[in-house]
Design a protein around this ligand. Sequence first.
Ligand code: PGA
Length: 251
Amino acid sequence: MRKRLVAGNWKMNTDLNDGFRLLKDILDEIREKELENSDVHIYAPFTHLKVFANTLNGSGILLGAQNCHHETSGAFTGEISTDMLASVPVGGVLVGHSERRQYFGETSEQLRGKIEQALNSDLSIIYCFGETLEERESGSHYDVVEQQLRSVLSGLPADAWQHITLAYEPVWAIGTGKTATAEQAQEVHAHARGVLADISSAEVSNSIRILYGGSVKPNNAAELFGQDDIDGGLIGGASLKADSFADIVRA
Ligand code: PGA
């Protein structure tokens, strides 16, 4: 059985004061009982991490960063390494979000580097993938998704997989209010599991969690999470309101 996971991706939202208030509200909403049924992660802005790490200590909620650099250290002004994150301490990192690919030109090679760095620093990873609207409309979404998985994840050591979660996020559904139907999402999740079986093992492919992301809201979460190959969600907009995030966790 794969334990459900609901992860909030705050993106570039909230200053430290507003963020701290939101975190407190989330802690008030999410109780032990909910954490028995589902893991909960919060991917906060870098500036919030130290304060949040203190607040979340012992809460059962994992704190993560939204990005990291693909080298260990050195002359990379403005960048943050995985060792820096681990020392906060932060427990995980997002890699390959479509906004990073699209606006910051992150390549498969860099994403692979980030994953290796995160593994070396003992961070868990959510690796995001998903097609654009154009790719979906031209029918190439299965190939695109397969390529995003193969080019970055092939050849990882067997013990790496336990630290990795995948998140299928069709770019056309992110922040647009347009959710993939549960059926559309399930099809791609099943396809991703097939690709994983090929690049890792049947065991890994059965045990790895694959989240869905893209306009998940309290009113569509239960149907999406009810699909065989959907193990939870990566939540953007709806993670910025404590009650809607908690309702999604409950779903
Ligand atoms: P959204 O974002 O829920 O606002 O669509 C999801 C994501 O980008 O992780």
